[in-house]
Design a protein around this ligand. Sequence first.
Ligand code: TZP
Length: 208
Amino acid sequence: MDLTLYLVTGRYDFNEAEFLSVIDAACKNGVTLVQLREKELVTGKFYDLALQVKAITDRYHIPLIINDRVDICLAVDAAGVHIGDDELPVEIVRAMIGPEKILGVSAKTVERGLEAEEAGADYLGIGAIFPTKTKDTALTSIETLKAINEAVRIPSVAIGGIKEDNLIDFCGTGIAGVSIVSEIMRAKDVGEKVRHLKQKIEEVLEEQ
Ligand code: TZP
């Protein structure tokens, strides 16, 4: 599992072909993990979309993570699932997906991070670090991000309002990578944006 540059999808007003082509361009140009995050779709449509996204990620040998939906993860044999605060308990999800699949858990506090690790999480998603329009959620400071990283052994990714020009703020925080929605999904040139982000985040991670 390479968390360096983790694309989390957003639908915006893309039609399906446009949405899939953004994911394809992101995969082709260097994202290391893709999370399909769908809050509106009914189950059958989510399943169909997940199959199409998985065909793309498989082509690039990039693991696909499904946001929240254990059933969809199992149905399409995705690499794993990412769960937030209001989902099933982490140990129950681990039991449902088995030992091999990747389990990501959102954490805003040291306590939640430690609990998630204990219950079988493979990585933590920590945020929102910067203000974001993509999700209505409380902010988590860089200090808290560092404190969570120091407390747990599993790797973590930062999320929320992350852009090319604030990647530098993660120097010395101990993260394993960044999760990004709008900066990639809404880029004018997705391929170029991903290449720039990848180069910069690799520089930041080298200095950890
Ligand atoms: N969880 C915390 S913030 C966030 C999620 C899913 C949204 C991040 O989106 P963006 O557009 O990269 O700020």
